[in-house]
Design a binder for this molecule. Structure first.
Ligand code: ZN
Length: 525
């Protein structure tokens, strides 16, 4: 059984989660569910980066103690698991988890041969928690935050990154460490080829407000938050005591897959692998990099003009359903390139593809089984005339989904599932079951048509499971006989947008509204 360890990055908790955080969690959840479904042993790790200087500053600005502030926001991140139907196996919090600090200390000691102390002067962006060479600034400002960095002069511990250019390049170029999409791999290779400078891995404890993990043997310094945070991928696996989980999920020959945003690529594809090489640990096997979401055309982290409460994934899921939120993230966000979120787009995508597409199909098919066969699904027979395309779409879907997810292409994977629903809707219109029901001698053919359509709906229930676990369960329930009969048809998805007219945006509601049944099915349902 292949062991696959899938992680998201652990976000700073200087604020509550927004829709951008949900993207990575949902993508990781899809991969975890899909691999579990095909029999892999999977561990899905997530968490929060509590030990950031950024958290300290945000707590001070809010007039709240750092631990209280961090706890409050970290809980909101942990609660996304339930809100978005995530199958997170382990949620690590770097300030509280008893496994973390001893693990980081062990990792630090394992890198001792590459650590040295020196005085450093540079331009520091607290938002990024990193020093910037002047050449990387834009008009003297941080390219990520557009704020002016601080001039800092201090004594730090440094990590000898310069030693690892060759081995890193080899691992990435050969695909031993796979970086997707290819544009990101090329970006990392170009960065390595530009020359790797040693980087600072500690901060004076005073500047960090005493927050963070002290450097072993040098308590006047705390470990740089990035060094600390990156270690979470192994400290969450009891690396501190070289435990069984560490040996199974990291040191074994399985897959180690990191998901991350483009802004932290360098940390994950250069610093972290170099740290692992230095400590004598295996490298990740794959890194998938997503781009950013904007909301209504604005960068979400530059939040002043946005109603962030309305962008909280838990609030969106409560208002529109976890299925709709997940579906928007999986369908609309491209493999490379930014995507813009609005509630209107979320509702339109859900109504068009889920309520009108998938949901309407399942409703039509189960309604016909009730109308024409008293709820009993006909047994398998000949493939009905005109059913070849649908039969092919059903057969091909699992392979297409797997191939797309191996490429981290969530749009392509969901398109393969949608193709089954599209073919099924087309087939209904061609086969005209309502005419067969009236025709003399149409009985066997109607049975064959209905059987194929139920097969299509059951395939949707199976193939949707990694993407929309809640809806998939509802579809499967609708298509599974109880005491020989299918349950009475009920809507699988509710419509989110107002039906017509200028009433304004959809208002969140917990009451399911039935999917609209288009006119052409009138004679069938
Ligand atoms: Zn910055």
């Amino acid at each position: 059984m292949t062991a696959t360890y899938i992680t998201t990055t652990i976000p700073y908790v200087n604020a509550r989660p927004h829709i951008g955080h949900a993207l990575e969690l949902v993508q990781a959840d899809v991969l975890a569910r899909h691999r579990r479904g095909r029999g892999d042993a999977v561990r899905f790790g997530a968490g929060t980066d509590d030990n950031s200087l950024k958290n300290v500053l945000a707590a001070q600005a809010a007039g709240v103690g750092v631990q209280e502030f961090v706890d409050r926001n970290a809980e909101a991140f942990a609660a996304l698991g339930g809100a978005l139907s995530l199958t997170v196996d382990d949620f690590i919090r770097t300030s509280r988890d008893p496994r973390h600090r001893p693990g980081v200390e062990r990792f630090w000691r394992a890198c001792a041969g590459d650590l040295y102390r020196r005085r450093y002067e540079g331009l520091y962006c607290t938002g990024c928690e990193q020093f910037y060479p002047p050449a990387e600034l834009r008009d003297g400002r941080c390219p990520e935050h557009e704020t002016a960095p601080e001039q800092v002069s201090e004594e730090n511990w440094f990590f000898r990154l310069s030693r690892y250019a060759g081995p890193l390049r080899e691992a990435i170029a050969t695909g031993r460490l796979r970086i997707e999409p290819a544009g990101r791999r090329n970006e990392v290779l170009a960065f390595i080829d530009g020359g790797l400078a040693d980087f600072s891995v500690s901060r004076p404890a005073g500047r960090a407000g005493g927050w963070g993990i002290p450097v072993p043997g040098d308590p006047g310094q705390v470990i740089y938050v990035w060094f600390d945070a990156l270690c979470n991928y192994v400290t969450a696996l009891d690396y501190d005591r070289d435990g069984e989980e560490y040996r199974r999920w990291w040191a074994g020959d399985g897959n180690r897959v990191h998901l991350l945003g483009k802004g932290v690529l360098r940390f994950h594809a250069v610093y972290w692998p170099a740290m692992l090489l230095s400590a004598g640990l295996p490298l990740p096997t794959a890194i998938f990099v997503h781009d950013y979401l904007t909301a209504g055309g604005r960068k979400i982290s530059k939040s002043a003009a946005l109603d962030l409460g309305a962008l909280e994934p838990a609030a969106l899921a409560a208002g529109y359903g976890a299925d709709a939120v997940r579906w928007w993230l999986l369908r609309e966000v491209p493999r490379a390139g930014d995507a813009d979120f609005t509630v209107g787009r979320l509702a339109a995508r859900s109504d068009d593809e889920l309520a009108n597409g998938l949901g309407n199909l399942v409703h039509r098919v189960t309604a016909m089984i009730h109308r024409y066969r008293d709820g009993q699904v006909p047994g398998p027979g000949q493939l009905p005339p005109g059913g070849a395309d649908l039969d092919a779409a059903i057969r091909q879907a699992p392979g297409l989904v797997a191939a797309a997810l191996d490429e981290f292409d969530f749009r392509q994977a969901t398109a393969a599932v949608r193709a089954v629903a599209d073919q099924a809707n087309r087939f209904i219109n061609r086969a005209r079951p309502w005419d067969l029901a009236k025709a003399d001698g149409g009985r066997d053919q109607l049975d064959a048509v209905l059987h194929l359509l139920v097969r299509a709906c059951r395939a949707l229930g199976r193939e949707l499971a990694p993407f929309l676990p809640d809806a998939a369960a509802r579809i499967t329930r609708q298509c599974t006989p109880r005491d020989g009969r299918l349950p009475a048809p009920s809507p699988v998805f509710r419509r989110l947008a107002p039906r017509a007219g200028p009433q304004g945006p959809a208002s969140p509601s917990r009451t399911p509204r039935p999917a609209r049944v288009p006119a052409e099915s009138g004679s069938a349902g």
